[in-house]
Design a protein around this ligand. Structure first.
Ligand SMILES: *Cc1c(COP(=O)(O)O)cnc(C)c1O
Ligand SMILES: [Zn+2]
Length: 500
């Protein structure tokens, strides 16, 4: 819809213009730094940063119901820069002019409700939010749209001619970074570091297809992360991992969309997110806090983080109820089907610690944020069950379902609650794990035994040798074809137990 047709009082608010005063703040020593430079850690104490807005309070002058109108009406505008995460411009990147924004179709992913069979299995109503329906098939695109839009802005402003964007990845970060970098014709190139053998063939194919330089390292993600951190400390590169706070800002759009998709009534929602490097959970927490502060939502939803037993440092940390006594200890990961979350030392842990404290305080009690641990078996069974009921969940989506069900079974989720589960990537990216399940070929470290009733495999039709069968380069005669078709159909009808 054209702007001129909008209600009079919204015409001026519907098109955002650059505003606010953003800065990086160190979560440890609280030092503040200008966003004019690319910073990933505090130059003084090396801790992670978050971006804040010095003029945040100005947004409170607009009442919550007006914000809701702005975001809802804005969804009708056909302006590409505002079609994706920047529908929420004021909340996640208000300093950016619209002409710096890169839009590749990210965000506004559908929520799909569970059917009655799946709902009964879990014991609660719930939805999957399909973030696998982003352009590179994972939620990482939300953060990349933000980080690359900001990089684009800096390049223009500073007249930089060439930038190398680098990241370490469990697969999806590199797929996304490579995709966004490939869109630029202004001198942005990308290189991605992957743990060799620890990403799926689909995830390896993605950055290769986007033309990135792909470097495989021995070890797991945590090792790649150390190397890329060293690179960004010593060489002029733009780090695209979630250490880059612009990634976090973009990923907050996930929370804003959930609020909007439920008409801003978030009271009964339980938002379930897998935790790997903990960038996503950081963004989800911060997103809902911002909505609450601006009174765009009246009640905070419950937030649940899920981890596999094979990569569970955040779960272990929150086992201790007394905040004073909690100690964070990195863990050594074991192979996990939730491979994108197979991280033993999450970079965003200091952010999580700070935001969870704030979230629980605003929520009124510690139930507002919970972490649950699930087994590899539960993750695989849940993913396969979800996908046999109309969903397209990846293993991390299966992890969310397993975690939600576990909390329901434990009596931690009230009857009135509604789950919103993050299917963080598309099922197709992780089809190798489905194959292992169906072929019963999991390596022993996973400890996964396929359930018979959940297995599936193709049936090869075998016809009697007296019947001529199609072969490469040799046509069947019309009579042979007739016979073949009739015989094959008969066999299939037998298999399907059809009556003629
Ligand atoms: C990156 C990723 C995760 C983990 O998110 P973090 O921000 O690292 O916690 C989960 N699922 C998928 C599919 C991912 O790509
Ligand atoms: Zn510091």
């Amino acid at each position: 819809m054209k702007r001129e047709y909008f209600p009079q009082d919204l015409k001026d608010l519907i098109m955002p213009s650059p505003s606010g005063k953003y800065f990086y703040r160190c979560l440890k020593c609280k030092s503040e730094f200008d966003i004019g430079q690319l910073l990933y850690v505090c130059p003084e104490c090396k801790n992670v940063l978050l971006i804040y807005d010095k003029e945040w309070e100005r947004l409170k002058k607009i009442p919550g119901n007006k914000w809701r109108e702005i975001f809802d009406y804005r969804s009708m505008l056909n302006i590409l820069a505002l079609k994706g995460i920047y529908r929420f411009h004021e909340l996640l990147g208000s300093v950016l002019p619209l002409d710096a924004i890169i839009y590749l179709g990210e965000g506004h992913t559908p929520i799909v409700e569970s059917n009655s069979r799946l709902r009964d299995w879990v014991g609660r109503r719930f939805y999957f939010k399909n973030d696998g329906q982003n352009p590179s098939a994972s939620f990482k695109d939300r953060g990349m749209a933000s980080a690359f839009s900001y990089l684009n802005y800096l390049m223009k402003k500073n007249n930089w001619k060439q930038v190398l964007a680098v990241c370490a990845s469990t697969g999806d970060t590199s797929a996304s970074a490579a995709l966004y970098a490939s869109y630029f014709s202004n001198g942005i190139k990308s290189a991605v570091l992957l743990p060799k053998g620890k990403v799926t063939p689909q995830q390896l194919g993605q950055p290769l297809g986007s033309g990135a330089i792909v470097i495989e390292l021995p070890g797991v993600f945590d090792h790649c992360m150390k190397v890329v951190e060293y690179l960004s400390d010593h060489y002029p590169v733009a780090l695209m991992n979630s250490k880059n706070s612009w990634r976090i800002l973009g990923q907050e759009s996930y929370s804003y969309e959930i609020a909007q998709q439920f008409d801003y009534d978030t009271e009964d929602l339980v938002v379930v997110v897998p935790i790997g490097n903990a960038g996503n959970i950081t963004a989800v927490l911060n997103g809902f806090i911002k909505l609450y502060e601006l009174e765009i939502i009246k009640t905070l939803p419950t937030i649940v983080g899920v981890q596999s037993e094979h990569a569970n440092p955040v779960f272990l940390y929150y086992l201790e109820p007394n905040p004073q006594k909690r100690v964070f200890r990195p863990v050594t990961v074991k192979p996990s089907v939730a491979q994108a979350a197979m991280i033993g030392n999450p970079v965003s842990m200091p952010r999580v610690i700070e935001l969870v404290e704030k979230y629980r305080e605003l929520f009124g009690n510690s139930e507002g944020f919970m972490v649950v641990e699930v087994t590899e078996q539960e993750i695989m069974d849940s993913m396969i069950i979800a996908n046999r009921n109309g969903h397209i969940a990846c293993t991390q989506g299966g992890e969310c379902l397993a975690g939600f069900k576990k909390l329901v079974d434990a009596g931690k989720i009230g009857k009135e609650k509604i789950g919103v589960l993050d299917a963080t990537a598309h099922a197709l990216k992780f089809s190798v794990f489905q194959d292992k399940y169906f072929n019963d070929s999991f390596e022993p470290e996973y400890g996964i035994r396929p359930k018979k009733n959940l297995k599936n495999s193709p049936v090869t039709l075998s016809l009697p040798s007296t019947i001529a069968q199609p072969q490469q380069g040799k046509e069947l005669s019309p009579d042979e074809l007739k016979l073949f078709v009739a015989e094959a159909a008969k066999k299939i009808a037998e298999i399907l137990e059809l009556e003629g």
